[in-house]
Ligand binder design. Structure first.
Ligand SMILES: [Zn+2]
Length: 385
């Protein structure tokens, strides 16, 4: 059987596990673990706290640093309210396209990587190749974060990571991060006729939003030279400001829902730092002078790191050589790549299928894309020996 046929069968099996992020991924992880173990890969399964989900981390070759990670997330988005032409959890081929939830985002890459494992296993590997399959990417990259913690604990230090999100096999060396917050203002209610006896949470929220606007302008000045992002700087958006009950009541509660999309981690640190200083030195003392229990609390909804383009990127150089590509891109969507970059690896995103089909009804990956992916993974063999 050709590796393409083998990949197709395996992908069909993976699609039949409905690993929507709200549900367990354990059955699929076990299936992958069995496949990998059967060809001599050393597999580790690392569960989450509740034991309902797991990351898989597996290694072929010598136990040493400097390996190459092939990574993908095992979870998929729901199919609720989507009009599919066929059962989303039963892969179906129509006209050279393989349909099913997760075919392009991103079980296609996982199937290709695992189908290649027996080929890698036959080589006299000088450099380790790792398989890293995570949970909960679609809801905030929680699995990848846990995986990163475990790699740190165990002192496992691969050098290069290829994240197989659907890029139509283009090489992506950058995307912005996405940090989302809800900032709560707890003031003191009172009658509108005596504003000094209350702490007006809405007014403090407005001052906070003004600070966000100021920072938004600063960030434009901080845009890295030659930034390829659109727009080239870190952005901030105030998505909602909620608070208050009526004209004559001092509002005791308000909240601001906002996000920033950093082009570089230093911008995110800058914004957080400035906000912290602004609240700690200006807003909170003024609020607490009237009411000691007044407070500002920022709830982290999600902090997904960006993939920061680097001049020196071994993953990019490697994958350019493997695919023969003569250029790279940046993309507007987020991935787990930044978490791997944060571990000190060089990282690219490159995988089969198009983001256009991801999350949509009749999601598919084309056979041609899968063949290109297998071609890349095949050429990788020469870099492992
Ligand atoms: Zn994805």
């Amino acid at each position: 059987m050709s590796v393409l046929e083998d990949t197709k069968i395996l992908l069909g099996e993976l699609i039949s596990f409905p690993t929507v992020s709200s549900d367990s991924n354990l059955d699929m992880i076990k299936h992958l673990a069995d496949r990998l173990s059967a060809c001599g890969v050393e597999v580790e399964i690392w569960h989450n706290e509740t034991g309902t989900k797991a990351n898989l981390f597996a290694t072929l070759g010598p136990k040493r640093d400097g390996g190459i990670v092939l990574s993908g997330h095992s979870d998929v988005v729901p199919v609720t309210d989507q009009d599919w032409s066929s059962d989303p959890f039963k892969m179906e081929e129509r006209g050279g396209k393989w349909y099913g939830r997760g075919t392009c985002d991103m079980k296609g890459f996982i199937a290709a990587a695992v189908a290649m494992a027996p080929n890698y296993a036959q080589l006299d590997l000088q450099r380790p190749v790792h398989f890293a399959f995570t949970y909960d990417e679609e809801v905030g990259c929680f699995g990848a974060r846990a995986l990163a913690d475990t790699l740190r604990e165990k002192d496992i230090n691969p050098a290069v990571a290829i994240i197989g999100e659907p890029t139509s096999m283009r090489i992506i060396e950058g995307h912005k991060g996405c940090y989302e917050y809800t900032t709560h203002f707890i003031g003191l209610e009172g009658h509108g006729s005596g504003p000094d006896r209350g702490v007006n949470a809405v007014e403090y929220a407005v001052r906070y939003v003004s600070k966000l606007l100021e920072l938004k302008m600063d960030l434009q000045q901080r845009a890295p030279a030659n930034s390829r992002f659109e727009p080239p700087w870190t952005t901030i958006n105030t998505g909602a400001l909620v608070g208050g009950v009526a004209h004559n009541v001092i509002p005791g509660k308000a909240r601001v829902e906002w996000e920033m999309r950093p082009v570089q981690k230093s911008d995110a640190d800058y914004v957080k730092d400035e906000l912290h200083k602004f609240c700690a030195h200006k807003l909170i003392p003024a609020m607490q002078a009237v009411h000691p229990d007044a407070a500002i609390e920022t709830e982290v909804i999600g902090e997904v790191d960006g993939l920061e383009p680097m001049d020196d990127n071994k993953a990019r150089d490697l994958v350019m050589e493997l695919t023969g590509a003569n250029g790279t891109d940046v993309v507007p969507f987020g991935t787990e790549a930044g978490i791997f970059q944060d571990l000190g690896m060089s990282v690219v995103v490159c995988g089969p299928g198009s983001i256009e089909q991801a999350h949509k009804p009749d999601e598919y990956v084309s056979e041609d894309q899968m063949a290109q992916c297998l071609d890349m993974l095949g050429r990788l063999s020469a870099k492992l020996i």
